[in-house]
Design a protein around this ligand. Structure first.
Ligand SMILES: NC(=O)c1ccc[n+]([C@@H]2O[C@H](COP(=O)([O-])OP(=O)(O)OC[C@H]3O[C@@H](n4cnc5c(N)ncnc54)[C@H](OP(=O)(O)O)[C@@H]3O)[C@@H](O)[C@H]2O)c1
Length: 323
């Protein structure tokens, strides 16, 4: 089968097309004929050798058709999504014609949406949904600040939060992107910056913060919460450097909670994929209640261009690759 392999750690030329053997059927696993897959920041970090693990074939998610499933957990021919479960990290991932995912990380996703539209959903929406409605327990009428909201993860979170009846304050560093965030439902947009908690009018009244800028802003996010408010750290757009000299005694507000989510736990006993309403999200997209359209669709032979756009920070939303 055709696959994109990681020949070495480094730049765009590390991604090389090769013929490798198709995955064989294996108990507890699903072999999937990949129709499309989303592009993720994690794959850029893996390509550069910045992540703890990187498989020869990258790609942490896909949508496609079940080719084999020896345990019978999924019918052959069914439409499915697969994400995480070691894909692209410890086992070969989705940058290929076929992949083999653990059954714990596969979900039925019956829908008439195009493969490109379906591919925009799994990792981004599963993660955004879990952060908002599990870690942050966001409820109707609450106010959530979403930092790094122009990212594809951020945009998905804005849309899900607005659909759930929350008031969203979104952040971007780019004044040119304020209008886009308002158009997808943010009630207000703030300029992203490390001092946001000192500028924001509703400081100490915020119910929740979803922080995708990361370690460099999370303490500032905690500082804008009301008593009982929560901040969820789930992205690292501002870089992977650790929080320097974190001293809660001096730097943390009383009565607030810090929570973390990493989608690598999907499919483990505490975080079954069945917890996430992927099928309902796809139905909302199909019915026009949720706009999850990919920002740009690439062909399989355009992987370097997709990574270039991601690395250059030119992406305006979720990017997907179709076969
Ligand atoms: N926790 C998890 O399980 C999980 C799952 C998926 C993704 N993630 C993480 O979530 C983040 C978003 O991923 P994505 O694939 O959605 O990203 P993306 O679409 O490629 O994000 C692009 C956006 O990043 C913003 N950005 C870039 N550099 C920034 C900086 N230094 N400070 C603030 N904003 C910056 C830009 O916003 P502006 O120019 O508009 O400011 C740009 O619109 C990544 O860090 C990714 O690793 C985490």
């Amino acid at each position: 089968m055709r696959a994109i392999v990681l020949e070495k750690f480094g730049g765009l030329d590390s991604l090389v097309y090769a013929d490798i053997p198709e995955p064989e059927p294996l108990e507890g696993h699903v072999v999937i004929e990949i129709k499309a897959f989303g592009i993720n920041h994690a794959e850029m970090h893996m390509r550069r050798g910045e992540w703890a693990e990187a498989a020869r074939v990258s790609g942490i998610e896909c949508v496609g058709i079940v080719k084999s499933c020896p345990g019978g957990e999924f019918p052959v021919g069914a439409k499915v999504a697969a994400l995480m479960g070691g894909l692209g990290r410890t086992i070969n991932g989705s940058y290929a014609e076929y992949t083999r995912a653990p059954v714990s990380n596969v979900a039925l996703i019956e829908s008439d949406l195009s493969w490109a539209e379906l591919a925009a959903i799994p990792e981004t929406y599963a993660t955004a949904w879990t952060c908002l409605f599990r870690n942050l327990e966001l409820a109707e009428g609450q106010t959530v600040v979403i930092r790094g909201a122009t990212s594809s993860f951020g945009q998905a979170a804005v849309k899900l939060a607005v659909n759930a009846g929350a008031k969203v304050i979104a952040t971007t560093r780019s004044p040119a992107r304020f209008a886009m965030l308002e158009a997808i439902g943010a009630s207000r947009v703030e300029a992203e910056g490390a001092d946001l908690s000192k500028r924001i009018a509703d400081a100490k009244q915020i119910d929740a913060v979803l922080d995708l800028v990361g370690n460099s802003t999370i303490l500032d996010s905690l500082a804008m919460l009301r008593r009982g408010g929560r901040a969820c750290l789930a992205g690292w757009l501002g870089g992977l450097a650790p929080i320097a000299d974190f001293n809660p005694l001096l730097q943390m507000s009383s009565g607030v909670s810090l929570t973390f989510f990493g989608s690598f736990v999907f499919g483990t006993p505490g975080f079954p994929l069945s917890d996430v309403p992927l099928q309902a999200i796809a139905a909302d997209v199909a019915a026009g209640r949720l706009d999850a359209k990919p920002w740009r669709i690439f062909q399989f032979d355009e992987i370097r261009e997709a990574h270039r756009v991601m690395e250059a920070n030119e992406a305006g939303g979720k990017m997907v690759v179709v076969h």
